[in-house]
Each structure stands twice: as C-alpha cells, then as structure tokens.
Design a protein around this ligand. Structure first.
Ligand SMILES: [Cu+2]
Length: 135
C-alpha cells in the first residue's frame, strides 16, 4: 500500500514536471520566435550567413549587423518584382541600387565603411529597413 502511494506520487511529479516544462518551452518559443521565423524553420530553408531574402514583401532578416568588408547578397525569393536601393524613398543615398529583380534575381554589395545604412525596395516603398555595419 505504501509503495503504491509512493508510485502515485512519483507519477504525479513526472506529470507535473512534464506539463510545466512543456509550458515553459512553448511560452519561450512564442515570446521569442515570430510567426515568420517559424514559417522559415518549417520550410527547412533560410538565408545563408551573408544573404538577405526578399520574400513575403519583406526583407529576411529584417535587421542585420555585419562587419566592415562583408559582402551581402540579396535574393528575391518570390514572384513579386523587387529592387534594393540605399537610402529612403524620398532620399536615395546613391551608395547602391539594384536593377528590378524577378524571382531568383540577386544583387550584391560589399560594405566598406561602418555605419547604419538604410535601404528600401523601389517597387514596394513600405519595404524599408537598415543594415548596421561595425568595425
Ligand atoms: Cu519590393
């Protein structure tokens, strides 16, 4: 009888531990991984170290920190036509400007100075972000 009670207690402890750890795991996931990241992981496909994808009308990753001398390659992963232009829609900076890219189109630029470089898509001007270049 005593053994049975101990057995039930152990089972209950394991059950509670499982529920708590599962809750922590999913709670952690939900607060730190956006729906977009989850989609990328499910696809089993994500940008390489120095790639930025143009997909679902956004840049992936949206923000990136790189070192001076890094060559970034933007790749259009969808059928929508995109461009990559330095600056902002009302103020091109002139540092770089791609041609219009269809699906699979690529554009590369090597950042040689530290700073924060804003860039956007000329065909979807709400697609706008920045890249941070550090020494
Ligand atoms: Cu675009």
């Amino acid at each position: 009888m005593k053994t049975l009670i101990n057995g039930k207690k152990i089972t209950l402890f394991i059950l509670l531990a499982t529920i708590i750890s599962t809750g922590l795991f999913f709670g952690f996931s939900n607060s730190n991984i956006s729906a977009l990241d989850v989609k990328i992981l499910q696809d089993g496909d994500k940008p390489a170290e120095n790639e930025i994808w143009l997909d679902k009308l956004t840049f992936i990753p949206k923000m990136k920190v790189i070192k001076v001398g890094t060559k970034i390659t933007w790749i259009n992963k969808e059928t929508a036509m995109h461009t990559v232009i330095s600056g902002a829609p009302d103020a091109k900076s002139g540092l770089f400007e791609s041609k219009t890219m269809g699906e699979g189109g690529k554009f590369a630029f090597t950042f040689t100075e530290p700073g924060i470089i804003k860039y956007y898509c000329g065909t979807h001007e709400d697609m706008m972000t920045a890249i941070i270049i550090v020494k």
